[in-house]
Structures are given as C-alpha cells and as structure tokens.
Design a protein around this ligand. Structure first.
Ligand code: GDP
Length: 421
C-alpha cells in the first residue's frame, strides 16, 4: 500500500509505505550522479543527505548492465556513511540473470537481493527483508531518523511529553480550522530556498515531525504527516483531527495560529486561540490568503482581528499568502523571537535596574518594589518583593514595561508578589 506524498524538496520523492502492517517511509533520491555540473552536485548532495538520515539504504543496480563506475561510487558513498545497506539487483528476469547477479557481491554491500521490478518478481521477498531489517535496527518501523532520535522519541512516548529546553530544537505546532491553509503554508515553508528538511518521529504514536533548517536555526514542526499528505480523507473525522491538534499543541513551545483572511476571525478561531493561550504557549498569528483581500477591506479585517483576539496581547500578526509565498519568509524569524523570549533569563542586576526606572517613571501607590528575581523561564516568571500590596493595574503596567524593555514579544509573563520588609 503506497501513498504519494508531495515532495518536500524538489529532488526527492517520498512515499509512505506499509507492508504486513509495518509502516516506513521510502525516499527516492532521484538518482546519484557523481561529478558533473551544479545541478548534478545538488542532486548528489541530496542523495548523500538522504543516505545519512536513513535507517537503511537500498542500492539498486541493473543486472543487464553489470557493475558500472557509478555503482562503485555509490557503494563507496554508502559504506562510508555507515548506514546499514542492502544490495538490490534489478531486472533478474530468469535463471541466467540470477547467476550473473552474484557478480555484484564485489561491491562489498553483502549478498544480492534479486528482483524484477517489471514483473514484480521477488518484490514481496524484498519487502519482507526490508521490514525485518528495519525492525531489528530500530525496534520500531518509522524510517528517516537516527538511532538517537528514536531514543529521544521513546523517552518522549514513555514519560511526559518533553518540551524543548533552551538549547533543544524549538517545537512549533501549526494550528487552525480546516481549510485555512495550514498544509499549504507548511509546504511553502518546507519548500523555501534555504530550508533543508529532515523527518523525525514525533512524540505521539505515528506522528511525524519535520525539522527545517532556516536562516534563524532549526525549527521542528510537530506532527506534520497529515500536512505533508495533504489529502483530506487521511485526516479522518474532525474529532480526531482536533485530538491531534491538541496533542500537537501540548508538545509545542510556540504555536502558529492560522486564520483565513477571507473569513476573518470566526467564533471557532476565538475558541482555538483561547485554548492555545490557556496552554501558556506564545502565539504567532498568521493571517493567510491575504492576497485575496481587496485593498480597501484590509484595514477593516486587521482591526477586526485585533478586536476579537485582543486577549492575545502582544502576539505578532503576519500577513501571508501561503499560495503566492507573500510574507512567508518572515515566519521563521517571528517564531524564533517568540521562542527565545519564552526561554529568556534576565540577570537579576538588569532586572532590578529596569524595575528602578519603571518605578521612577510611575511609582506604585502606597507600595514599593524592593527587588525582584526571575524564578523560572518557560514562560518567564518573576517574583516581586514589595513593601505592600500592588494593585492589579500596577502589575499590568509593570508587565507591559518588562515586556517592552526586554523585547519579550508574545511570550506570556507571570508576576508573583511577595510582601515583606
Ligand atoms: P488546511 O486544511 O488548513 O491544511 O488547508 P489547506 O492547506 O489544505 O488549504 C485549503 C485551501 O485553501 C486549498 O484549496 C488551498 O489551495 C487554499 N489556500 C491555502 N493558502 C492559500 C492562500 O494563501 N491563498 C489562496 N488564495 N488560497 C490558499
């Protein structure tokens, strides 16, 4: 059972496959061409990367041609990568060819697995061996990930879902109602010029995350399998889509909330946004399909959005067209900024200097903050030691100023007050 995924990069075709109940991902490298021009070099580079990130490499050779220098080069490349390998000899249509197939043993890739792709001969046996070897290698059957990533995934599945620490790859969930353009947006981000795409198993069962290398560092998009597949039916009933979205939300450090500009902020969008805000994650809002708006209706749509999502406070709002690419290049930087602020630790000295000027500009009525410390990050949490109670309006003022002074963007902040002295 094979289902075609939209190629996430131009030169690689990926297929989700299932054999005897085992799922794995097949990556077609588009051929390996040594040397030659710039395009060859690019294809070769993609192939090399695919080999390195794979759990098992299948080197396919043609029995009717015999061993070519390319075969030898590929064999060398794969052996050097350290990736487990299987030698597949194709076009073995009869007994005579079967004898000839043994010549390829000299490539040093083990015994030949003989198939005739044309007649389907041996392909069932081949799949049996592939599934068996993958199972032995990983103890599970999701491909495209290193042993280390599997170990991490296992830890994530057995314990609480682990959130990224300050130096781990930040996790982003793309959340929004059906048809707002989440898949289109994700594919746009994955297709951007500089992005390099890796698949990693997600924290929940059968989820696949995607790590993108962006100009601001790596970003991990949570549970992207459905987005890559892009087929409506695969998402299943809406209830399950919702459960998945909530799981993705819990696994994320920051949420990309996608709104459809042509529909504006609906009641359902508001409820989603509230649920996300309650999770404590910073939010970056994307208002998608922007190119469909008539120029004179844009200001109204933005004002309406600010109104209905007022409780999101400082969340940035990016105007984007996932279809044309307009504005999409700003997304990685906005996500990064939000995540950075979320993990931010402000040194006590700096914090107290800022508080002195905050109080100088606007003293608290009948109270004074003597000093403060940041007790925790994710999100940044501050304890203010004050002489007397601080009114809520004053706390909101302090929060706003801290947010501005330390450029904390959409990150939720927590303030606690301790009285004394
Ligand atoms: P999802 O359900 O949120 O993943 O939405 P899809 O990515 O499947 O998009 C739903 C529909 O909106 C598709 O027909 C897309 O082609 C279309 N779409 C997505 N982004 C844009 C956009 O920026 N502009 C326009 N005009 N259409 C878009």
């Amino acid at each position: 059972m094979v289902e075609e995924l939209p190629g996430v990069t131009r030169d690689r075709l990926e297929l989700e496959a299932e054999w005897n109940g085992h799922q794995f991902l097949v990556v077609d490298t588009g051929g390996w061409i040594g040397g030659g021009d710039a395009l060859d070099a690019k294809v070769a580079e993609q192939a090399r990367r695919a080999i390195e990130s794979a759990d098992l490499a299948l080197v396919v050779v043609d029995v009717t041609v015999g061993i070519t220098t390319e075969d030898e080069d590929v064999a060398k490349l794969v052996r050097r990568s350290g990736t487990p390998v299987m030698l597949v000899v194709n076009k073995v249509d009869n007994l005579a060819r079967e004898a000839e197939a043994w010549e390829f043993v000299s490539l040093g890739l083990g015994d030949p697995q003989m198939v005739s792709a044309l007649h389907g001969r041996g392909s069932g046996d081949l799949l049996d061996v592939v599934v068996e070897r993958l199972g032995r290698l990983t103890g599970d059957l999701v491909s495209g990930a290193s042993q280390e990533q599997f170990r991490q995934a296992e830890e994530g599945a057995s314990g609480a879902i682990s959130r990224a620490g300050a130096d781990a790859v930040p996790r982003v969930a793309i959340i929004g109602r059906p048809n707002v353009g989440k898949s289109t947006l994700f594919n746009r981000l994955a297709g951007q010029e500089r992005s390099v795409v890796h698949d990693v198993p997600g924290t929940t069962r059968d989820a696949i995350d995607t790590v993108l290398d962006t100009e601001v560092g790596q970003i991990r998009f949570v549970d992207t399998a459905g987005m890559r597949r892009r087929s409506r039916s695969a998402e299943g009933p809406e209830y399950f889509a919702m459960v998945r979205a909530l799981q993705a939300l819990d696994a994320a450090d920051v949420v990309l909330l996608v709104i459809d500009a042509t529909e504006g902020v609906t009641h359902q969008d508001q409820r989603l946004a509230q649920r996300i805000a309650a999770s404590g994650s910073p939010i970056v809002v994307v208002i998608n399909k922007w190119e469909l708006l008539a120029t004179d209706s844009r200001a109204g749509v933005l004002a309406d959005l600010e109104d209905r999502l007022a409780f999101l406070g400082e969340s940035p709002v990016l105007k984007v067209s996932a279809r044309t690419g307009l504005g999409a290049h700003k997304i990685p930087a906005a996500l990064h900024k939000a995540i950075e602020a979320y993990h931010r630790r402000i040194p006590t000295g700096e914090l107290n200097r800022a508080l002195a000027s905050i109080q100088a500009a606007h003293p608290a009525p009948g109270s004074r903050i003597r000093y403060a410390v940041q007790g925790a990050s994710d999100p940044p949490t501050f304890t203010l030691f004050a002489t007397h109670r601080l009114p809520a309006t004053y706390l909101r003022y302090v929060e706003r100023r801290l947010r501005e002074d330390f450029d904390m963007g959409p990150t939720p902040l927590k303030l606690r007050v301790r009285l004394g002295g």
